[in-house]
Every structure is written in C-alpha cells, then in structure tokens.
Ligand binder design. Structure first.
Ligand code: PHE
Length: 380
C-alpha cells in the first residue's frame, strides 16, 4: 500500500522521485556537508538556525505539507521529521567532536616539560620562619611529638585563666595584651590576640586527654616594638603529659632538640629557676655559646644564651584542661621561633622578618623544593 502511494507520487513528479523527496535530499546533502565543514560552535549554531530553526528550511518544508494531498502528506511528514532528527544528531555529534578537538589542542599546547630547571629569577624562597618551623617540626616529629594548632584570636579564659593567670594577676599587664574591641552590651567572653602559644596546651588537653606529646607552633601578639620585639612574632609550645614525667625528661628532650637544630653535637643547657603561673617548678633555659671575634658560636665555650621558658605543668592547668593531676603530670616549654631563627641563621634584626623586602627574602630565604629532614639535612 505504501509502495502504491509512493509509485503514484513518482508519477506525479515525473522526475523519478516526488518533488518533496528531491528537496529533502538536497537539504540533507547541503546541511550535512556544512556541518562536516563547520569549524566552531558559532558556525554550527548558524547552520542549526538555517536548517532546523523555527524559520529554517525544514520548517518551510513542513509548511508545504498543508498543500499536499493526504497521501503525499503521509509520506512526506515522517520523512521531514526524520530529516530534522538526522540534522540535529549530526549537529550534536559535530559539537562533541569540536569539544574533543579543542581539549586535545589544549592538552597539546599546555604540555610542560617538568624536568626543566626552574628559572632562577622566578623562583620564590621559603621564609626563614617557615623554614625554622619545618625544621622544629621535623626534629620533634622524630621524638614522637605531634603538631597541634589553636586560634590566634582566643578567649581570655584560654589565654589566661585556664593557665592559672587570674584577672588581677600582674602577668596580664606584663604581656602587653591586645584586647579585641567589644561593643557595649556584648556579653560574649572577652577575646584577645593570644599572647603566647600556651592556650593550645589547654585546647589540646580538652580535645585529646592524656597521655599527650605535642608541639604547637604559631603566631602570637604583644604590644611591643624594637630591634628584638615585634607586635606579632612566633612561638613553639611543647607539652608532654604521661604517668611519670620529670624535669630530667624535659632537659634531655631540649638538649636533643638543640643539638639537632643547631647541627652541633652535645649542646648543653642551663636551667635557671624562674616563675610562670602555669608551671611549677619553672625554669628559664639557656644554651651554651661563645663569642669569637664578634661571632656567636652555639654549643661551645662557657657563655650562656637564654632561649626559652619551661617547667612542670601546674596541677591547676592540668585540671583546667580536664586532666586529673593526681594521675598525670607533664612538662611544658615555650620558645621563640623567630629568636632561634635569628641565632641559627645570623639574622640581626627581628623587624626585617616582617618587612617583605625582596632582597632580604632572596638573601635569607631557603630553596623552595627542599624539605628539611633529619636524614637529608635540616638546612641546605
Ligand atoms: N608561655 C610562656 C611565654 O610566652 C613560655 C612558657 C611556655 C613557659 C610553657 C613555661 C611553659 O613566655
């Protein structure tokens, strides 16, 4: 039956095929050809509009359907729809092919030879404070200390009260604390820029309980400014809590650390009795050094250089951190990172650390791809 209709139409057109079929073959050849040639998405979109858009040629042909006999329409309607589908899928396939080709081109163009050396002028350097922080972390890591962190803006409870420094205590004034501004009627606890890394002791005790072996490096703040003081500087806190920890463990740990850090065997330390509210007993620790022709030598001679504060964690501090002082004890210390960086690398003025002077950074900075390790060497 279909065959009969088709034959009819052929006879009407008198050209071997019905007129609408000839037009469709032409459209198909034209647009598939154009699609194959299209060089980008914009060209494809122009072809889409001209072919299968609302006012495109296929739509025009659709409009012709109304003028056909029912038999002609029955054959031509589905054929036009099929043509439309065919053009649409050719468009989609070409669009995907263009996207693939674009990706291939990008992958080719953005190819990079990672074995080439870094151009020296472009190479950034690692800041001495970052370098020394890495070195300290590597050494204490070997000794079984994990790294803990805390916020630089903390409540005065963590910064003072929990560390056995009550409100009226002179240590609060001595620390030249920066207080955060509080609006009137704001009854949140007062916040400060932490004046030391010791609040991280409390936070870590709370979070992890005992036993504990951590260091916490990071920035701290005090209102002070001269050649050896800047309003922001860096400390590293150490904390070890266990069943029977003593000052002897502290001394051994620190001497191991300083020998590794200054890369000098057997550095001696000297403990001087001192006072911190959060340790009992407390000691300030000096390392052995000498001055030869105006040059400082660490780990030799009979001079002493103060480098840190330390002691046995005060029972009240353990309790504030939620640890039972009848069961546990520990040592703690706090050391200036900037200070030991100055000593190790012969940097005379603390303020230069924070000037962002490129010449200074190139001079004192470290190669960016070298990781400090105890085996591979801590520095260069
Ligand atoms: N927090 C003290 C300071 O900033 C250092 C310290 C830490 C002392 C831990 C003893 C124990 O000066």
């Amino acid at each position: 039956m279909q065959g009969g209709l088709y034959l009819d139409a052929v006879l009407v057109a008198g050209a071997g095929k019905p007129e609408v079929d000839v037009v469709m073959d032409d459209l198909k050849a034209k647009y598939l050809g154009q699609i194959a040639q299209a060089g980008d998405e914009a060209a494809l979109e122009a072809i889409r509009l001209a072919a299968v858009g609302k006012k495109g040629e296929v739509a025009l042909q659709m409009r012709e359907l109304g003028r056909m006999t029912p038999e002609e329409r029955q054959a031509a309607g589905p054929a036009l729809n099929a043509l439309k589908d065919e053009i649409n899928s050719a468009l989609a396939a070409k669009k995907a092919a263009l996207a693939d080709a674009a990706l291939d081109a990008r992958l080719r163009d953005e190819w990079l030879d990672v074995t080439l050396p870094v151009r020296p002028r472009r190479e950034g350097t690692i800041h001495p404070i970052s370098q020394v922080t890495e070195e300290v972390t590597a050494i204490f890591g070997e000794l079984g200390f994990a790294v803990a962190e805390g916020p630089r803006i903390d409540t005065d409870w963590y910064n003072f009260d929990a560390l056995n420094i009550p409100g009226h205590h002179p240590a609060r004034a001595e620390m030249d604390t920066f207080y955060m501004h509080r609006a009137e009627g704001d009854n949140r606890p007062p916040h400060v820029l932490r004046t030391h890394t010791s609040p991280v002791q409390i936070r870590t005790m709370e979070a992890q309980g005992a036993p504990l072996r951590i260091i916490c490096p990071g920035g701290v703040y005090r209102a002070d400014y001269d050649q050896t003081h800047t309003p922001m500087f860096h400390q590293v806190e150490g904390l070890a809590i266990d069943k029977d920890i003593s000052m002897a463990n502290l001394k051994w740990t620190l001497e191991e650390f300083f020998s590794a850090f200054f890369e000098v065997e057997g550095i001696k330390t000297r403990f001087r009795a001192s006072h911190f509210p959060f340790t009992e007993p407390s000691a300030e620790v000096d390392i052995q050094c000498s001055w030869v022709d105006g040059q400082l030598r660490i780990g030799e001679g009979d001079g002493w250089m103060e480098v840190l504060g330390s002691g046995m964690v005060h029972p009240k501090v353990l309790a504030a951190g939620g640890i039972d002082p009848n069961e546990w004890q520990g040592f703690a210390f706090g050391m200036g990172i900037d200070r030991i960086a100055m000593l190790k690398y012969g940097i005379p003025d603390l303020r230069a650390f924070f000037d962002s002077d490129l010449r200074w950074l190139r001079h004192y900075g470290f190669a960016s791809l070298d990781q400090p390790t105890l085996r591979g060497g801590l520095s260069r």
